[in-house]
Design a protein around this ligand. Structure first.
Ligand code: FAD
Length: 449
């Protein structure tokens, strides 16, 4: 190392950046995080993110152990089934998921806002809000200075870009690295879970994750998120003493408006949507979702009618083009800043967490062994580039998140949709295929058998 204590600057207090910051602080390495949002509740972060065993292990490795336990306590009830449905709510397939024996061996259903609040817990001295990174400058003594839009700056030994898909650090450091439109658009909506909306859903759909293969090339996913606290933010009756006390004493809930809800997301090729869809919000956007789902089952449309208009958002899906390895330096990247992927496999956040834990491990080892910082960064980047872009490729091929997917093509689209449904139907009905499917699902998501 450079003969003085290492100081790491992280741009972006998102999933990956905060996980890294916790890990470094826990290891006694000086770290500061700079976030463009002005407050810890800014941004539309209420949607579900599935944290898989890979992501859970990274959090367990980096977070203080009590905070990791708080993370687990704040997850929604884990899904018990993976269902494949038609737009008429006909079950094409239903796979029972593994029971929650070890919480790090299954997918956790997490609210983005809650995860953000967990990651910001006890980090007031590390994170600075209202700091929009604009550019960096390198110095002969091996340090690097990050400049912010408010005219301030910060200097450190290592600059980590954790600033997401439109990373300003990446634009300067790897200007040839390309993020591109994947050609599909999502409309995400949240429906408050009330006695009425709950009554609309059969048990297996309420207790699972349901992927909807709609005819005519319109896809959807439905998750029911049930937390351990009620509408007022008080711990629900029946929650175990340990979780109740962790949630009751966790300050993060004060900043978190997450409540029980149904997440319903629909998506298709971008040309199916009105040209101004990215500018629409609220009831006008909910109406677009209703117009697109005219041939969907009345229950699904009734759910859309009950969506909270303030929660309805359009998402243009992006992906990244693999980059050839570059010469490592005192600037590096993690998560979406380097390998933005479509939500097709639900592993973007998990890969950001994996990056954070891996980078942290290499930096801690380099400090302990007095190895050069750049060697640690190079070791991290070699591994991260390999698995990161492999995940990008997998995600692009999955569930119609690529606008060029055959299911969106005229004529052959119908056959592609029937083939996809047929695959799930056969797989779920034949026990050896069903077992193999579930095993592969867990393997991919990082479960240890
Ligand atoms: C619809 C949808 C569903 C998804 N579902 C899943 C899922 O189930 N599981 C999963 O693993 N992944 C999922 N993902 C992907 C996941 O959300 C991302 O991959 C993940 O959030 C990336 O984390 P990150 O830390 O790299 O970036 P982010 O979490 O995006 O954090 C980046 C941070 O940097 C800040 N920032 C940006 N620019 C600047 C700047 N100039 N200066 C300072 N700060 C800046 C931002 O405000 C933000 O806080 C989904 C994505 C979508 C679109």
């Amino acid at each position: 190392m450079q003969g003085r204590p290492l100081h790491v600057i992280v741009i972006g207090a998102g999933t990956g950046g905060m996980c890294l910051a916790h890990g470094l602080r826990r290891a006694g390495i000086s770290v500061a995080v700079y976030e463009r949002y002005r407050t810890r509740s800014d941004g539309l972060l209420g949607y579900r993110v599935g944290i898989n065993p890979t992501g859970c292990r990274a959090l367990r490795e980096c977070l203080p152990s009590e905070l990791f336990t708080t993370f687990l306590a704040t997850c929604a009830r884990a899904p018990r089934f993976f269902n494949v449905l038609t737009e008429q709510l006909h079950r094409t397939a239903s796979f029972a998921l593994r029971p929650e024996a070890d919480p790090t061996s299954i997918d956790q259903s997490v609210s983005r806002m809650t995860l953000r609040q967990v990651l910001l817990t006890d980090m007031d001295d590390v994170v600075q809000f209202g700091k929009t990174f604009t550019h960096y400058e390198r110095h002969d003594d091996g340090t690097v200075t990050a400049h912010f839009a408010d005219g301030t700056s910060a200097t450190g030994d290592l600059l980590v870009a954790a600033d997401g898909t439109h990373s300003a650090v990446r634009r300067q450091y790897l200007p040839h690295a390309e993020v591109k439109d994947a050609g599909s658009i999502n409309i995400a909506s949240k429906i408050p879970l009330t006695e009425y909306t709950r009554s609309l859903l059969p048990d297996d759909i309420r207790g699972g994750i349901s992927l909807i293969f709609g005819s005519g090339g319109l896809m959807g996913v439905l998750h029911v998120m049930e937390f351990k606290w009620d509408q007022r933010g008080s711990v629900k009756p029946g929650v175990g003493v340990t979780d109740a006390s962790l949630i009751g004493s966790w300050p993060g809930l004060l900043y978190d408006n997450t409540r029980d809800c149904i997440n319903l997301i629909i998506w298709s090729a971008a040309d199916r949507f009105p040209s101004d869809v990215m500018e629409l919000r609220g009831e006008r956007l909910a109406q677009v979702a209703l117009d697109l789902t005219r041939n969907w089952h009345p229950t699904l449309r009734e759910l859309l009618r009950h969506s909270d208009p303030g929660s309805v958002i359009p998402i243009k899906v992006a992906t990244s083009v693999p980059v050839e390895p570059w010469k490592s330096s005192n600037i590096t990247l993690l998560g979406d800043a380097i390998h933005t992927m479509t939500p097709g496999r639900g592993v973007g956040a998990n890969t950001a967490l994996r990056d954070a834990a891996l980078l942290c491990r290499h930096l801690v080892a380099a400090v302990a062994d007095e190895r050069p910082l750049v060697e640690a960064v190079a070791d991290y980047e070699t591994e991260m580039i390999r698995y990161g872009f492999a995940r990008v490729a997998d995600s692009l091929r999955t569930n119609g998140t690529n606008g060029d997917d055959p299911i969106y093509k005229p004529i052959i689209g119908r056959f592609a949709m029937l083939a996809a449904r047929g695959y799930f139907s056969v797989t779920s009905r034949l026990p050896p295929l069903r077992r193999k499917f579930v095993d592969q699902l867990y393997d991919y998501r990082g479960a240890e058998s």
